[in-house]
Design a protein around this ligand. Structure first.
Ligand code: HEM
Length: 187
């Protein structure tokens, strides 16, 4: 890895910085009654240079950390570390991340770029169990709380970052759409 300062970050450039938002809404599975929780969140995204793969593919790297707390009690109830990766030659975007439940996701996709008024970029990525853009999880999660699919749409402008995402779970004997959305401001 190299070139932290000089890498061509392309659409990742809009992501860098610290973002905060308190309009988050999570819908998560429970054994009896599924629960909606309101949350606030901090996302930090840093330049991490670029990397060459097999002397052919160049990926620009944005390293991130997400911290999510429940409004009701200020407790952390979701934590996530990962990388957004940009493959300029193939116009491909990757969200590669892990959450501390024993689960890693490699979601890939494409971008929508609007440059007319303020520049706005939308990152669309998906991952499905058993596919190339996929995921892997611990034996426990495979048996008890299996993730089948992850879809995310994240839109960023100079000052605002918003996302909505759906994680399809096989849990408590049924399939469940675990959803999250929030809007954050640059601080
Ligand atoms: C803002 C983002 C997120 C929040 C606030 C959140 C919150 C939650 C909550 C409250 C539960 C129920 C936990 C419990 O029963 O103790 C849960 C379950 C789960 N979440 Fe998330 N989640 C988020 C994103 C994700 C993402 C991105 C993934 C994976 C791609 C994920 C995977 C899971 C899994 C596998 C479970 C089932 C575990 C269980 O309930 O026992 N979550 N999440």
């Amino acid at each position: 890895m190299a070139n932290e300062k000089t890498a061509d970050y392309g659409p990742l450039e809009l992501l860098f910085g610290t973002w905060e938002g308190d309009k988050g809404e999570d819908f998560a599975p429970e054994p009896d009654e599924d629960a909606t929780s309101l949350y606030y969140e901090t996302i930090t995204i840093e330049r991490a240079g670029d990397v060459d793969n097999a002397d052919e593919q160049v990926l620009a790297i944005a390293r991130y950390h997400i911290s999510v707390r429940r409004k009701k009690n200020d407790e952390t109830f979701h934590d996530q570390v990962g990388y957004w990766l940009w493959d300029k030659a193939n116009q491909t975007i990757i969200n590669s991340f892990t959450i501390p439940r024993g689960l890693c996701v490699l979601a890939g996709g494409s971008l929508d770029i609007e440059k007319e008024n303020d520049e706005q970029v939308t990152f669309n990525v998906t991952a499905k169990l058993g596919e190339e853009w996929g995921l892997t999880q611990s034996p426990f999660m495979n048996e008890k709380a299996k993730t089948l699919e992850f879809t995310q749409k994240l839109t960023v402008t100079k000052d605002t970052l918003s996302y909505s995402q759906t994680t399809v779970l096989d849990i408590y004997g049924r399939n469940f759409d675990h959803t999250d959305f929030n809007t954050l401001k640059r601080v």
